[in-house]
Design a protein around this ligand. Structure first.
Ligand SMILES: Cc1cc2nc3c(=O)[nH]c(=O)nc-3n(C[C@H](O)[C@H](O)[C@H](O)COP(=O)(O)OP(=O)(O)OC[C@H]3O[C@@H](n4cnc5c(N)ncnc54)[C@H](O)[C@@H]3O)c2cc1C
Length: 606
């Protein structure tokens, strides 16, 4: 059985990786698949920093065409296809509308040309891709067609363009799918374990980095991890970690922060929309699990990455951008349920952070006289598999004694939990519902478990078979479909060590915005015997998990996209009464909706 996070102990490996975001984890997978011994240390939790604060897109990066970064866009589009094939349960197609606004720059003609290029650069996007995951070519929408989809957008847009990318449904689970693929091949992962110093030895006038001193930040235990090659994959901390070995390092990062608002839904339709603001910035409104995810911002950041928290300035900029761009200023503060924030680590280029390239950089410190260390910075979630492959190619050329290295192409391998490379998840869902349906688990919850765990969802069902009470929901707020069995699984088999680890990066509860204290107490009480927490620690864990949400900036109450289930029912009743009174209006709306359906089908066919 797979188990993450054994007790920390010293050891020697081929590869040591510092940093357990998607970059470090993708590198670990490449190393483990090739048969190398690998250890990864992460000072907080796996995928808990930048990798958890994305727009949830697996995308080519249409915007990068503006900077003529054709190579980056092509690479991203190729990786987009691979991720869709490797984890069809977690990666799904998503339509994007770009309304042509009077202040849009570039204008419609250039945008259209850009999308033709985007289509051309993803010429192989549907090769071996099952039907439900195929990506149609881009199309133009007339003003009438936009009207049918969204009258509010139509009131400011002179038509629109429609194209597709993929959405990462649960980026935290996709990160774990990479991690478990490596774990299956023997990689060792320690979370809450910080690299506190590097071991640098001098021999024959050469400075050789031999590994790192590490410390478990929860137990305080220390250990020495020696390795043939060490990879600094600490993202926004890259220059600080490098400073542990080489205080004179000339590598400078420029950091920029990006926030999103997770809000009650802004639109009724299920298209993502890419808006250009009057001042030339852009933001997405992405539909996700009944919410809207709106952002990101891009603001230079000069403080220590450990101090990251969204500030009033970040809030004001995004809030104003949204309400200045959309008619009727539709966003109110109480619609906001969370404000995720992340840092882009960008190699200093002198350009503004908005214009700086999202291409990754791999730095071999041998050229500066330090052997045995490679650093990585920049990049996108989407391209992390390719980044891992490139780092491993360089690392293999440097390893003193790599032994028998296997030749593998992870671009053709399924990720852990996937129904198979190129296999559609819908067939698997039907199969599982027929064969593994479990008393106490509704088809809705069953589907949720498959979308989070893929084929491994049967292990959660096993918990329920053994103890029916574990089918209990962790929350009665819509859209949470998590059950208590997942809490135990996350501690026993997925290395969760804090309440925050459980709710934000193992189950979905904490990704839907601020949870309630009652929900967290129930989670903590269930985890307590396994993690040896007394009641004081239970309360401390709950308090810490709640403090991670920036309630000082948002509405401050736990809520779903439509409030609690009872509130949703109540508002449905009120809506029904209103609907009878306004039957004439309703008929008109129905007609508009019908046109909308026709339009989107027509668009998808083209
Ligand atoms: C706002 C925003 C939106 C984005 N949206 C998208 C998107 O939609 N699609 C996309 O493809 N890309 C997106 N990106 C880019 C993507 O998020 C990043 O490329 C990716 O997450 C970088 O991962 P990473 O592992 O390099 O960094 P991180 O995820 O930050 O991981 C670095 C890790 O190193 C650890 N660490 C630091 N110091 C130490 C130490 N001393 N010891 C041990 N561990 C240490 C940290 O705790 C951290 O977990 C977005 C980025 C931002 C900021």
């Amino acid at each position: 059985m797979l188990q993450i996070g054994k007790e920390l102990s010293s050891g020697r490996y081929d590869v040591l990786i510092v940093g357990g975001g998607i970059t470090g984890i993708a590198i670990a997978r490449e190393a483990a698949e090739r048969g190398l011994s690998v250890c990864l240390v992460e000072k907080n939790d796996f995928g808990g920093a930048t990798s958890a604060s994305t727009s949830k897109l697996i995308h080519g990066g249409l915007r990068y065409l503006e900077n003529f970064e054709i190579g980056l866009v092509r690479e991203s589009l190729a990786e987009r296809r691979i991720l869709g094939l490797a984890a069809s349960h977690l990666v799904k197609p998503l339509p994007f509308m770009i309304p042509v606004l009077p202040w849009s720059k570039p204008g419609k003609l250039i945008l259209r040309t850009g999308l033709y290029m985007y289509d051309a650069l993803s010429y192989d996007r549907n090769r071996d891709v099952p039907e439900g995951h195929q990506i149609p070519g881009s199309v133009s929408l007339s003003e009438r067609e936009v009207q049918a989809v969204d009258p509010m957008i139509a009131s400011i847009a002179k038509g629109a363009l429609l194209y597709y990318d993929y959405q990462s449904l649960h980026p935290e689970r996709l990160t774990l799918a990479f991690l478990k693929s490596a774990l299956q091949k023997g990689a060792v992962f320690y979370n809450h374990t910080e690299a506190t110093g590097f071991i640098v030895e001098e021999a024959g006038g050469r400075r050789n980095l031999q590994g790192a001193e590490v410390r478990d930040t929860i137990t305080g235990k220390t250990a020495t991890i020696r390795a043939g090659i060490t990879i600094n994959a600490s993202g926004p901390w890259m220059d600080l970690v490098l400073g542990l070995a080489d205080r004179k390092s000339e590598t400078k990062l420029s950091r920029s922060t990006g926030i999103h608002f997770l809000t009650k839904p802004l639109f009724k339709h299920n298209n993502a929309v890419l808006f250009r603001t009057r001042s030339g910035r852009h933001f997405f409104v992405v539909p996700w699990e009944g919410f809207s995810l709106i952002g990101p911002t891009d603001r230079p950041y000069t403080k220590h990455p450990d101090e990251l928290r969204p500030g009033q300035d970040d809030f004001d900029q995004l809030f104003e951008d949204i309400n200045d761009t959309l008619p009727g200023a539709p966003l109110t503060r109480d619609m906001i349920v969370d404000i995720p924030i992340g840092i882009r680590p960008l190699i200093f280029s002198g350009k503004s952070t908005y214009k700086a390239s999202r291409r990754y950089e791999i730095l071999d410190h041998e050229s500066k006289g330090l052997h045995g260390l490679i650093s990585v910075a920049g990049g996108k979630w989407t391209t992390s598999r390719q980044l891992g492959e490139d780092v491993m190619t360089l690392a293999l050329s440097k390893l003193p004694d790599p032994g028998n290295v296997m030749n593998v192409n992870t671009g053709e391998l399924p990720l852990f939990g996937s129904p198979g490379f190129g296999n559609p998840d819908d067939i698997y869902i039907d199969f599982s519902l027929k064969n593994f349906s479990t008393e106490g688990i509704s088809p809705e919850v069953h589907r949720h478990l498959i979308s989070m765990y893929g084929t491994e969802h049967t292990r959660i069902l096993e918990y329920v078979h053994k103890k029916k009470a574990l089918a209990k929901p962790v929350s009665d707020r819509f859209p949470t479909k998590d059950i208590m069995a997942q809490v135990l699984f996350s501690v026993e088999h997925e290395g969760a060590r804090t309440v925050s680890d459980i709710i934000r990066r193992r189950i979905a509860l904490g990704t839907y915005g601020l949870p309630t204290e009652k929900e967290l107490l129930a989670v903590a009480q269930l985890a307590a015997p396994l993690l040896k927490w007394n009641q004081t620690e239970v309360r401390r864990q709950v308090k810490e998990a709640l403090a991670e949400y920036p309630t000082e900036l948002m509405g401050g109450k736990a809520q779903g996209p439509a409030g609690s289930r009872t509130t949703a029912k109540k508002s449905a009743r009120t809506a029904a009464k209103k609907a009878v009174k306004k039957s004439v209006k309703k008929t008109a709306k129905k007609a508009a909706r019908k046109t909308g359906k026709k339009t989107s089908k027509k668009a998808a066919r083209r």
